[in-house]
Write a protein that binds this ligand. Structure first.
Ligand SMILES: *[C@@H]1O[C@H](CO)[C@@H](O)[C@H](O)[C@H]1NC(C)=O
Ligand SMILES: *[C@@H]1O[C@H](CO)[C@@H](O)[C@H](O)[C@H]1NC(C)=O
Ligand SMILES: *[C@@H]1O[C@H](CO)[C@@H](O)[C@H](O)[C@H]1NC(C)=O
Ligand SMILES: *[C@@H]1O[C@H](CO)[C@@H](O)[C@H](O)[C@H]1NC(C)=O
Ligand SMILES: *[C@@H]1O[C@H](CO)[C@@H](O)[C@H](O)[C@H]1NC(C)=O
Length: 563
């Protein structure tokens, strides 16, 4: 049943009750109507805007709502609250409902939290000053989003990334200075033609700044803008740049042609070696190799049965004299079976050629998955729409929190299994090179550790440390951790500010306090694992326990149970 227009209800009830208590009734009615019909009841948007404003700042202390002016009816166009000692976090998506808002100045306060990308799809916002707060996370401007922002000052905050600025076609003033923004110059800058003021000083950009940029914005716009910034002569990149670029493109094309040729040849050679190996294996098995070989096969079959999934294996080629040791090592490796280890299906030694046969992992490695197919890649995804109304499966492929936790736990389980050593050897198998690119992902995103068993001289504690770094990378979404960058991040976790380093892609959509707690706890595991002194680090077995405790619900659902 369609509702009658609010005004008719209004007048009816008003006529009815006018004689009794007109004023309070009128006020309640006004607020009721403005709440439920703010779009259709447009004759006095000011009142509804006031309510929206109070809601938006509900968890901000020291916010004093403006005193309502009864005669005022035009919508709120500016919210200017500089240096009001505001602390807490603004509900940005509620604030976004002030649809006539043109100017927003919240500078010089102590506001926290991150700004959801969809906030920027505001239809009218032109001047934004959020300078000198404690805002963090990423600043993301999606496809259909605000093209009318003229000035944006987010200096002196804790933003860590910025994307989609190129969509702010009318931007004239941009101050990103004094943040921790990791980005690339000039790719991440808005269109330079309209820009009159720019400051990217004191950030973590990389890339190049040419003469033209320097001339236009001055050297002081690029003070300590990052460590890898190159200042280049624009002559090299202006008039004849297209010629150069074309030439570069040609070489790249040539190179990739050559590369595919090499790959093709490599493939042919591989097939050849495989065929050869199969032939020699068949010949040898015809000869019959006696008891020793049978024992090996027997043992393997048993293992295959207990695992229930390793039925089809490449036959072993028997080693020639000097390759015997290598073959023994491979055989030992091949017996290390765990759902979180990349299974060695077979190996083949033919003279100097050694060929290891692994199961193919469809999803590639963790590094690639985390950094090359990211959920928030602004140029691929539009953050403005309802792209987040996604099924579980799609969310998982976009790297949501449960998936990342499952990956961390899986890797921990695989390493714990390795460190136990397999029954026959009695000594720990140390990986020695635990990095995201050595963690492959199966179709269901279950992690499989690759490249194990080659370490020389590394200790289990070294693996724990490297695992801690993998956890940091999983949670912050940042690559390239070294002792230098790890220090500050560990500091944040120690001070209980872990949430500030969490990958913004994990929180853009808003997360529950429990999830926040889980992520912070998981960061603490990374913190423990990366302790300076090896004896302070937990064992992988303990790490498995810790990670299970972080998300108790997940521990039972995982397939691995052997450690
Ligand atoms: C700012 O607010 C905090 C509480 O939120 C208060 O303790 C402090 O005194 C205020 N500072 C000023 C300068 O008003
Ligand atoms: C914003 O306004 C729309 C209707 O105008 C309403 O449906 C929505 O709930 C409001 N959102 C918030 C967060 O207040
Ligand atoms: C933003 O506010 C700060 C301090 O309140 C001020 O210094 C700065 O000039 C403002 N930025 C713009 C673009 O108006
Ligand atoms: C950003 O740069 C500062 C120095 O300019 C450095 O101390 C900090 O570790 C860097 N952070 C990251 C995440 O690269
Ligand atoms: C940019 O910001 C830095 C740090 O606040 C400041 O030193 C520099 O003068 C600013 N440059 C311009 C062009 O405003």
């Amino acid at each position: 049943m369609p509702l009658p227009p609010p005004c008719s209800i209004f007048t009816k009830i008003l006529k009815h009750k006018m004689h009794s208590k007109p004023l309070p009734l009128l006020l309640t009615l006004l607020s009721l109507i403005s709440l439920s019909h703010s779009s259709s009841f447009s004759s006095c948007p000011y009142q509804s805007d006031l309510r929206v404003l109070s809601l938006a700042f509900a968890s901000v202390s020291n916010f004093c709502p403006p005193i309502p002016a009864p005669s005022r009816c035009d919508p709120i166009q500016s919210v200017l609250l500089p240096s009001e000692n505001l602390t807490g976090s603004v509900s940005w998506m509620v604030l976004r409902n002030l649809s006539a808002l043109r100017s927003l100045d919240l500078s010089g306060n102590a506001l926290q939290g991150s700004i959801p990308g969809r906030f920027w799809s505001h239809p009218a916002l032109a001047h934004v000053n959020l300078s000198s707060n404690r805002l963090g996370g990423a600043l993301r401007f999606g496809a259909a989003q605000s093209k009318i922002i003229l000035s944006l000052d987010v200096s002196a905050n804790r933003f860590t990334a910025v994307s989609g600025l190129s969509r702010l076609a009318r931007l004239e003033y941009l101050d990103l200075s004094r943040n921790s923004i990791v980005g690339v110059l000039p790719d991440d800058l808005p269109p330079l033609s309209g820009l009159r003021f720019l400051n990217v000083s004191h950030n973590n950009f990389s890339g190049r700044v040419d003469d033209m940029l320097l001339k236009k914005f001055g050297r002081s716009a690029f003070i300590k803008a990052g460590i890898n910034i190159k200042f280049v002569d624009s002559a090299a990149s202006s008039p004849s740049s297209s010629v150069i670029r074309n030439a570069q493109r040609k070489t790249i094309r040539k190179r990739s042609a050559r590369l595919s040729l090499i790959i093709g040849l490599g493939f042919v050679a591989l097939v050849g070696i495989l065929l050869f190996c199969m032939l020699c294996a068949v010949r040898r098995s015809k000869k019959g190799k006696g008891k020793e070989r049978k024992d090996v096969e027997e043992a393997e079959r048993k293992e295959a049965e207990t695992e229930g999934r390793w039925a089809a294996e490449a036959d072993w080629a028997e080693p020639e004299n000097d390759a015997a040791a290598a073959a023994a090592a491979f055989r030992e490796l091949a017996r290390l079976r765990h759902p979180n280890l990349l299974p060695l299906l077979g190996y083949c030694i033919s003279g100097p050629n050694k060929l290891l046969l692994y199961e193919y992992m469809e999803r590639g490695d963790l590094h690639q998955w985390l950094h090359e197919l990211p959920p928030g890649r602004p140029d691929v995804e539009d953050w403005s729409g309802d792209t987040w109304e996604l099924g579980d499966e799609r969310r998982a492929t976009l790297g949501d929190w449960p998936t990342r936790h499952r990956i961390a736990l899986g890797v921990a389980r695989g390493l714990a299994f390795l460190h136990q050593g397999w029954a026959g050897s009695g000594r720990a198998v140390v990986h020695g090179h635990v990095v995201p690119s050595n963690v492959l992902l199966a179709e269901d995103l279950e992690p499989r550790i690759a490249d194990f068993g080659k370490s020389s001289g590394a200790t289990p504690e070294d693996d724990v440390y490297s695992f801690g770094v993998v956890v940091m990378e999983l949670l912050t979404g940042r690559a390239g951790w070294d002792e230098c960058s790890l220090g500050p991040a560990r500091g944040m976790v120690r001070e209980g500010r872990g949430l500030e380093v969490v990958d913004p892609r994990l929180t853009t959509d808003g997360v529950s306090p429990e999830t926040e707690k889980e992520m912070v706890e998981c960061l603490r595991v990374g913190y423990l694992c990366t302790a300076q002194s090896p004896e302070k680090r937990p064992t992988m077995q303990q790490v498995v326990g810790l990670l299970k405790d972080v998300r108790p619900a997940s521990a039972t659902s995982s397939s691995a149970s052997s450690c």
